[in-house]
Write a protein that binds this ligand. Structure first.
Ligand code: BG6
Length: 464
């Protein structure tokens, strides 16, 4: 049981100690009104200053592990040399986690491209893929004896979607072909990093039991109850592009043939070059992180193309019985976590995984404060409990699920939603020097963990 967070959403200190500008800083600088309440990337939740207090809090709740990410823009300078002060910050985190017996899960990339590389074309440019491999190699060598669990990317599907296909995020591009190339180049970057990891291990830079993984948001795809063949085709491509793409890559070292064929027919195939096959083959990992928030419900597209003239593989399907998190617009469907666990068991039985993110963001949580000032987030307790029950069922039925990390254990900066939706079991008081304060759910999870230590997990589920 652990906590998931990320560097760019927590650290703040965006210009401190030689940190370079990243794409979030650039977007914040050029259009602050795009961010909820005009809160840009600058301060995170003050983790740069408060990391020790936070890690101590994790320990006091009984958690055994914590994921964050190194910011590329903090670790390296533009000359690709180590920024000593940036490195020192991450060394201090490692030492602190060790001192408090918290296992650190370190991710290398969480949507946070350094701006100078973005200006060279970002993930559209293969030189940036090479630069990422240099960054990964440097990180493995620098922290290899301090970190056991490494991850190449968090949610590699998100930037192709948000920045290049739907154009919701800076630089607001709506181009399916460019999006496909970005998805493909990130896949290559993942593989090169795994390659670097294996080399670093052979050369003795890493702990002997160090592991490498990939984290993605997988959404089990569903469609209407009586699907037409076209609905099923929509499911095939949804599953193919978002789930199987990464699952095949990390278990077989290649991308799904049927998906590549369909992309080719639609002239959306990525720019594959000689030698890529060998690179892709390096992509196999030791385990996988599964971020789960909501299912994907799709149906056959009504129109063949979208408003930009690009071919559509599916339309959203609104399930009449869906229960929604209205603040985020995401469906809450706890059984999806089990269905995906079963999919893993059937289709990728050798791959171990853990729930690397799961959480609920709610707006205006101040209205749930009791007389003592504590936020009574019963909705969050219910959300986590229901998901954990389905995780447990999956484990009992043979899924190789190794654990659970709650996303946003401490309120943190949610990209352009800034601090609109709070995910934390620990509140951050923005107007009070980012002070941390337990919500009801923090005490609940503490009790859950305490009871689990005494009883078999099946008997552990405590009521709210
Ligand atoms: C995941 C990301 O997609 O969901 C996190 O890994 C993100 O970075 C989390 O914060 C919750 O989404 P959001 O957009 O509400 O912050």
């Amino acid at each position: 049981m652990g906590a998931a967070l990320s560097g760019p959403q927590t650290e703040g200190a965006y210009r401190k100690d030689g940190k370079l500008e990243n794409i979030w800083d650039t977007w914040s600088d050029c259009s602050i009104s795009d961010f909820y309440n005009k809160v840009g990337s600058y301060t995170g939740n003050d983790f740069y200053e408060k990391y020790e207090e936070d890690i101590r809090l994790f320990k006091s709740l009984g958690l055994d592990s914590f994921r964050t990410s190194i910011q590329w823009s903090r670790l390296l300078g533009q000359d690709e040399k180590l920024n000593e002060k940036g490195a020192d910050f991450y060394h201090r985190i490692c030492a602190c986690a060790k001192k408090h017996e918290i296992e650190l899960f370190m991710n290398l990339y969480h949507f946070d491209m350094p701006t100078y590389l973005f200006q060279r074309g970002g993930w559209e440019n293969r030189e940036v893929v090479e630069a990422y491999a240099v960054y990964a190699r440097t990180a493995f060598r620098e922290f290899g004896k301090e970190i056991r669990y490494w991850f190449t990317f968090n949610e590699p599907i998100v930037e192709p979607d948000q920045r290049y296909r739907t154009g919701m995020w800076y630089p607001f591009i709506k181009d399916a072909k460019r999006g496909m190339n970005v998805q493909y180049h990130i896949s290559l970057a993942h593989c090169l990093a795994v390659w670097e990891f294996r080399k670093a291990k052979e050369e003795g830079y890493l702990l002997p039991d160090a592991q490498i993984g990939l984290i993605n948001c997988f959404a089990p795809p569903y469609t209407r109850e009586d699907p037409t063949p076209e609905d099923l085709e929509a499911v095939r491509m949804e599953d193919g592009l978002r789930n199987r793409w990464w699952l095949d890559l990390v278990t077989k070292g290649k991308l799904p043939e049927d998906v590549l064929e369909t992309l080719k027919k639609c002239q959306l195939e990525p720019d594959v070059r000689p030698g890529d096959e060998e690179i892709l083959h390096q992509g196999m990992v030791d385990w996988l992180g599964f971020n789960y928030y909501h299912p994907a419900r799709v149906q056959a597209p009504k129109e063949k193309t979208d408003e930009n003239g690009f071919l559509k593989f599916s339309d959203p399907y609104v399930w009449p019985e869906a229960k929604m998190n209205i603040y985020r617009g995401w469906e809450i469907y706890p059984k999806g976590i089990y269905d995906f666990g079963m999919k893993m068991k059937e289709e990728y039985p050798d791959l171990k995984f853990f729930i690397s993110e799961n959480g609920m963001g709610v707006e205006h949580e101040g209205r749930f404060r009791d007389a003592s000032g504590e936020i009574q987030d019963d909705y969050r307790i219910e959300f986590v409990q229901e998901h954990l029950e389905w995780v447990l069922k999956a484990i009992q039925e043979g899924a190789q699920c190794m654990g659970y990390h709650y996303w946003g254990l401490i309120d943190n900066w949610s990209w352009n939603n800034a601090f609109k939706n709070r995910y934390g079991m620990i509140e951050v008081e923005l107007m009070n020097n980012y002070q941390r304060k337990l919500k009801k759910s923090a005490k609940w999870i503490q009790e859950l963990i305490r009871l689990r230590e005494k009883k078999p997990i099946e008997e552990t589920m405590v009521s709210k």
